[in-house]
Ligand binder design. Structure first.
Ligand SMILES: Nc1ncnc2c1ncn2[C@@H]1O[C@H](COP(=O)(O)OP(=O)(O)O)[C@@H](O)[C@H]1O
Ligand SMILES: [Mg+2]
Length: 405
């Protein structure tokens, strides 16, 4: 079996999915916009072929120019796990008559108002929302939806250009900031806690599923630099307190017409217990969530995704042993990381439960906290007991400090 895989080198997780594909016995042909030589040898060893195109960003037409070469290659499947390219990957599939997600479904998983229509049509609760193109349309929609509300891009990522708006004055200020967007989604603000529902599915049926709890909610983490964003993959989503959420997530997959592959959904639990849909993507989550699933289950979900995508089976035992918290630290100050406080004590206190210890080393330039979900490094802890896992997370949030300058 020949699989064309988009962007085998970037982002971070893609090389691991490439490895997974090779390990389940298929030929992987990379499609990327960098020279093959610049892809690390560790990933290159898994590629049976590679097609370099001028750009993956320059618009769909540039990618579609690769069609003649792809026709000659005669792949059995095209896989794309990178959000900006999922629609053009579906266009290639349709042009080549290949199975997998088609263009209309890819757009529905990408375009927030369209996805909400599909989910709402199945009788599931979504935030009241409207697609707006002008400031006047936004003002009119705000009248109907009411404050507080959220203004965000139609097909964003990482909470970029996303704002909570509390009143008419803030609306005007926010519209100024979003002037560069041709259209936006305006939504009822949903209060409460925010979670994910992530699956590896065959024909919309999860063979593996996982729920993560954002601490705090991504928009708060993105709006306040002092926050250490964190999330806990819960040991087992199949427990009474989450039964309604699993059922809700599965209904969303059905409503969306999900086929085979990874999904990443976000949802809210309101203070009154009500569940509300957030968004869904037909790809794995970023920000180390896939690694957290692996730490929770002591398996390799990169490889199992590949097995599902190519052979429609998930073979690794699902142990559900640990709650797993990932904490992303942001340095105080600008420039290079100069000091790290509290980490030695934390290592001693956490011992074997600290499974990833990946802060940027002293001397490294700080990352732009608005541009990366990884901030200035990541710490991951796991424990079979949720309260203990939360306490370990709190320790890393409160007692570890990076100083730049
Ligand atoms: N309707 C809403 N009510 C409350 N918070 C929201 C709403 N829409 C988005 N948010 C907040 O903004 C974040 C980013 O929005 P989201 O739709 O997930 O876009 P992205 O594709 O950037 O992840 C969410 O994780 C959530 O914290
Ligand atoms: Mg999101």
């Amino acid at each position: 079996m020949k699989v064309v895989f988009f962007s085998p080198h970037f982002p971070l997780e893609m090389p691991r999915f490439v490895r997974g594909l090779a390990e389940v016995g298929v030929q992987v042909h990379g499609l990327g916009d960098v020279p093959l030589e610049s892809i690390p040898a560790e990933t290159r060893q898994y590629l049976s072929g590679y097609l370099q195109i001028p750009s993956l960003h320059a618009g769909d037409a540039t990618v579609l120019d690769a069609l003649p070469q792809l026709r000659r290659l005669q792949p059995d499947q095209i896989e794309c796990l990178w959000e900006p390219c999922v629609v053009v990957a579906a266009q290639l599939r349709e042009a080549l008559g290949l199975p997998g997600q088609g263009v209309q479904d890819a757009i529905a998983f990408r375009d927030k108002p369209i996805m909400k229509q599909r989910v709402a049509a199945a009788g599931l609760r979504v935030p009241h929302n409207a697609r707006v193109h002008t400031a006047n349309e936004a003002r009119e929609a705000a009248e109907i939806i009411g404050f507080p509300l959220v203004l965000k891009p139609i097909a964003g990522a990482g909470s970029a250009d996303t704002y909570r708006v509390d009143d008419a004055k803030e609306l005007e200020a926010t519209l100024q900031k979003l002037g560069h967007l041709p259209e936006a989604s305006i939504e009822e603000y949903i209060d409460g806690q925010e979670f994910t529902y992530d699956t590896v599915s065959v024909d919309g049926q999860p063979l593996f599923d996982s729920i993560a709890w954002y601490r705090p909610r991504p928009l708060e983490a993105r709006s306040n630099e002092w926050v250490s964003p964190a999330q806990i993959v819960l040991r087992d989503p199949h427990q009474p307190a989450l039964e309604d959420a699993v059922a809700f997530g599965r209904s969303v997959l059905k409503a969306m017409g999900m086929g085979t592959g990874f999904t990443h959904m976000e949802w809210f639990r309101k203070p009154n217990g009500e569940l509300v849909f957030g968004e869904i993507a037909a790809r794995p989550p970023g920000a180390r969530l896939v690694d957290q699933m692996n730490y929770a289950n002591d398996f390799d979900v990169y490889r199992e995704w590949a097995r599902v995508a190519c052979w429609r089976t998930f073979e690794a035992p699902i142990h559900r042993r640990y709650h797993v918290a990932a904490i992303f630290k942001r340095a105080q100050g600008q420039g290079r990381i100069r000091e790290i406080h509290g980490m030695d004590q934390a290592r001693r206190a956490l011992g074997e439960w600290l499974v990833a210890d990946e802060l940027l080393p002293i001397g490294t330039p700080r990352r732009d906290w608005k541009q990366t979900l990884l901030s200035d490094g990541c710490l991951i802890v796991r424990h079979p007991d949720l309260r203990t896992c939360e306490a370990m997370m709190d320790l890393l949030v409160q007692d570890v400090h990076l100083i730049a300058g």
